[in-house]
Design a protein around this ligand. Structure first.
Ligand SMILES: Cc1cc2nc3c(=O)[nH]c(=O)nc-3n(C[C@H](O)[C@H](O)[C@H](O)COP(=O)(O)O)c2cc1C
Length: 328
């Protein structure tokens, strides 16, 4: 019997497929549907800063500093969680299911919501995912300052709760291995690579702004693949891949690169929840064909560290240049 059980954030998952934070996980009923569809865990829809949620966000300047806020609130304008309502979703989800339920907090500042972290833990969440995003908009802001904000938020949360804490990050960092290592030093139990933010767009007829939103494409999976492979073994924390994961092959590739788990949203929006079972069946068949008993034994076997011993490394740019030079 092949096993697809994995360990993510010190939690035992029956399989590595997590339904990512989104409208798909905004209520206990939806979480139950994810479990019934085979998901190994869920990350609840993010709890947003209430103050921001109450504003007329379309007109606020800060909105454009934080495009993901615009997107997520727009995608779900009716859903404005208060902290007690959010805690109820956690409690109800825990009652309705037996898979790990990871709460998610959207953090854009280092101060407003620390009180809630404990309430979230007390409500029975198995872990917290901090969905942190901040954009540098001034030439005076240094990378160091920007990164320090993440560490402050994380260290503060860690001082309030005992449950594992993951940080979901965006893809723009100068030295990702160093940054992830510092997240670990500041207490992170896991890092999710990467959040997928709405990009800004401009309407050239009305001279106004609009969010550019689309579901992810399969090509986007190569970015988490590369960075998970590079970071794996340089840190001990769990790595989860998010963005562009569509098929069972993607899951296997990401595990080989070093991921403990994957998070999916777009593919469920486009194909429906049955896609989870399809992916699990695909993994199972593949494991049988390759006579692999435990999926977790494969974790990181094709990571950067594993494959950089004396051989040309496939995760680096040189390889890319070699490849495209064949294309006339
Ligand atoms: C409609 C929608 C709502 C989302 N809401 C959230 C959210 O509240 N918090 C969060 O961290 N990510 C949110 N995300 C991002 C997803 O969790 C995921 O990281 C991203 O979509 C990339 O994965 P995918 O390629 O499988 O879609 C949302 C995504 C979508 C499509």
């Amino acid at each position: 019997m092949s096993s697809v059980e994995v360990n993510y954030l010190n939690l035992k998952l029956k399989n590595p497929i997590i339904v990512a934070s989104s409208g798909l996980t905004k209520s206990a009923d939806k979480v139950k549907a994810c479990e019934d569809a085979g998901a190994g865990a869920v990350v609840l829809k993010s709890l947003f800063e209430e103050v921001l949620a109450r504003k007329n966000i379309k007109d606020t300047y800060e909105l454009y500093d934080h495009p993901e806020v615009y997107e997520y609130l727009n995608a779900n304008m009716g859903l404005v969680y208060g902290s007690s309502e959010y805690c109820r979703v956690i409690e109800d989800s825990k009652k309705a299911t037996s898979i790990p339920v990871i709460a998610s907090i959207n953090c854009i500042s280092a101060n407003w919501w620390y009180e809630y972290a404990k309430q979230i833990e007390d409500s029975g969440a198995d872990a917290i995912e901090l969905n942190i995003f901040s954009t540098a908009t001034s030439r005076l802001q240094t990378s160091d300052e920007m990164e320090r904000m993440y560490f402050e938020i994380l260290a503060n949360v860690k001082s309030k709760v005992k449950i594992p804490v993951a940080v979901k990050i965006g893809k723009y960092f100068s030295s990702l291995p160093n940054f992830v290592s510092n997240l670990e030093i500041n207490g992170a139990n896991g890092v999710v690579m990467f959040n997928r933010f709405t990009e800004p767009d401009i309407d050239i007829d009305t001279f106004t702004f609009k969010p550019a939103f689309s579901m992810s494409t399969k090509e986007e999976m190569y970015l988490p693949l590369r960075w998970i492979a590079i970071v794996h073994r340089q840190v001990k924390l769990s790595l989860a891949a998010s963005t562009g994961v569509k098929t069972y092959e993607d899951v296997i590739k990401l595990v080989l690169a070093g991921a403990s788990a994957v998070q999916i949203a777009s593919v469920i929006y486009t194909e429906g929840l049955p896609v989870i079972r399809k992916m699990l069946d695909g993994i199972d068949n593949w494991m049988k064909n390759h006579q692999i008993e435990n999926l977790s034994d494969l974790k990181g076997s094709l990571s950067f560290v594993e494959t950089s011993k004396g051989v040309a490394n496939h995760y680096l740019r040189a390889q890319f240049i070699e490849k495209i030079s064949d294309i006339e």
